[in-house]
Design a protein around this ligand. Structure first.
Ligand code: FRU
Length: 495
């Protein structure tokens, strides 16, 4: 099919809102404008995601003294809308039991732990300790689970004197506890990564834990170690009476594009055991830069996910300074039935709609949201190209004939820091079929997040263009511009 290129100049006016973005800082050309980043230093996984009293808490794996990984702390930030973030002091420092690795946080609203009271319920963080000294001695039991609590909305923390609360049975990789309340039997459930599987524990009070079962040894992807699990129940969109349990498991290495990625399993959890009801491995994201993602607790009916927007294959080499790593856009999860399989859909949280405003100047494209709607009776290939004057290009595409969705960052900028970074186009087969489809591409200086049909499939990739990508072009294989609609907004966040 011949591809005739049509430039679309008609940016639809959506809101008469003209907000000025801050000017690109030449010293920090890759600092995102609406994604969370630490002020300086090294960041990896999101930790302790919990909502309380109007605030979304984001704790994160943090090493303040360098831009590469080191002794882990929990950094801390809060937001009322998940778009604008306020940095708070470091919440948890390494101590004599070890570095503070990944974990979760819950609100103990019924004071099951006795660590708070009814007026000031405890915010409880459950995290992995990593004891480097024991690791250096060649022992296997150097990771175990600890707990800390706060009765002032996460501002100050006390480590629980009875730590560790889960001891290591002799498993080298034994970490990343994700705790959730299981209402049917009124217990806390901890999902823990244990080498090549996850383990489930239960507790009446967050302090005493009983082993229940394990899952995954012989199923799913196993090209690397399992990390950062999460377990939650979701209704199926359009059939709210049908609910399924979703188990997220990050894996490093062993993801489809190399390095790290997050797989998910759909099935049932009965308070003791998880049963997988499918047979093929599915991924939360088909790009290279969404890892260790987990969801907020205490958000009612909403299930909101945040990932670390990087990949262990090159995270410590990316050309940013004096900070390294950003988080993804927070994403609302839902379960959809696509033909005859369940898919985990992840859409940018609706709070982002308020941050959108019409693009007035091209330079605002550095932090933008581009939406393309197309599709008709005939198969069609849409190519969305975002480029700069240096000829660097990011290309997003969808072919409704083959069902392939892709994002190509190979020529989008600096890539020589690692051979894997620009080695492949990242793609996924969505199932074929004509009809309307939507591509939402979020660009934020060093990142591109492509959402297909509102998030049924997602591709997240870092990019490092040498100057801002400020020109947008859409082409359709049908040669018919009338059937293609494009809108561009700038997105305003912290910077
Ligand atoms: C995942 C991970 C976790 C660990 C943490 C250490 O990226 O390796 O398993 O707890 O990072 O920083």
């Amino acid at each position: 099919m011949k591809l005739s290129s049509i430039l679309l100049f008609s940016i639809l006016v959506l809101a008469a809102c003209n907000r000025q973005l801050s000017v690109t800082s030449s010293s920090e050309p890759f600092r995102p404008l609406y994604h969370f980043t630490p002020d300086s230093g090294w960041m990896n996984d999101p930790n302790g995601l919990v909502y309380y009293d109007g605030e979304y808490h984001l704790f994160y794996q943090y090493y303040p003294d360098s831009t590469v990984w080191g002794p882990m702390h929990w950094g801390h930030a809060v937001s009322t809308d998940m778009v604008h973030w306020n940095h708070l002091p470091i919440a948890l420092y390494p101590d004599s039991l070890g570095y503070i690795f990944s974990g979760s946080a819950v609100m103990d609203l019924q004071n099951t732990s006795g660590l708070g009271d009814s007026l000031n319920p405890a915010m409880v963080a459950i995290y992995a300790y990593h004891n480097q000294k024991l690791a250096d001695e060649g022992r296997n039991d150097f990771q175990y689970q600890g707990l800390a609590y706060s009765t002032d909305k996460g501002r100050t923390w006390t480590k629980y004197p009875g730590n560790p609360v889960v001891r290591n049975p002799g498993i080298r990789d034994f970490r990343d506890p994700k705790v959730t309340w299981y209402e049917p039997s009124k217990v806390w459930i901890m999902t823990l990564a244990a080498a090549d599987r996850v383990q489930f524990y239960s507790s009446p009070d967050l302090l005493h834990w009983k082993f229940e079962s394990e899952f995954g040894q012989a199923v799913g992807a196993h090209g690397g170690v399992w990390e950062c699990p999460d377990l939650f129940e979701l209704p199926v969109a359009g059939k709210e009476a049908v609910k399924k349990w979703v188990l997220l498991v990050s894996i490093n290495p062993g993801a489809p594009n190399g390095g790290s990625g997050t797989q998910y399993f759909i099935g049932n959890f009965d308070g003791h055991r998880f049963t997988w009801e499918e047979s093929n491995v599915k991924w939360v994201d088909y790009g290279m830069d969404n890892y260790a993602g987990v969801t907020w607790s205490n958000t009612g009916d909403r299930r909101i996910f945040l990932g670390w927007m990087s990949n262990w294959a090159y995270a410590q080499k990316v050309p940013t300074h004096p900070w390294r790593s950003a988080m993804t856009i927070p994403r609302e999860l839902s379960l959809v039935l696509n033909k005859d399989e369940y898919l985990l859909k992840s859409a940018p949280v609706r709070e982002f709609e308020k941050a959108d405003s019409l693009v007035i100047e091209n330079r605002q494209l550095q932090a933008s949201h581009i939406r393309v709607k197309a599709g008709g009776d005939k198969p069609e290939q849409i190519i969305l190209t975002v480029s700069n004057k240096k000829g660097q290009k990011l290309i997003a595409g969808f072919d409704s004939g083959t069902g392939e969705l892709w994002l190509d960052r190979r020529t989008a900028g600096i890539s020589d820091f690692d051979t894997l970074f620009a080695s492949n186009v990242h793609s996924v087969f969505t199932g074929t079929g004509s009809g309307l489809f939507t591509l939402d591409l979020y660009i934020d200086r060093c990142s591109a997040e492509l959402f297909f049909n509102g998030g049924v499939y997602v591709i997240t990739d870092l990019i490092f263009p040498r100057e801002s990508l400020d020109s947008v072009n859409v082409s359709s294989s049908t040669g018919n511009a009338d059937g293609v609609e494009m809108r561009i907004w700038s997105v305003k966040g912290n910077h």
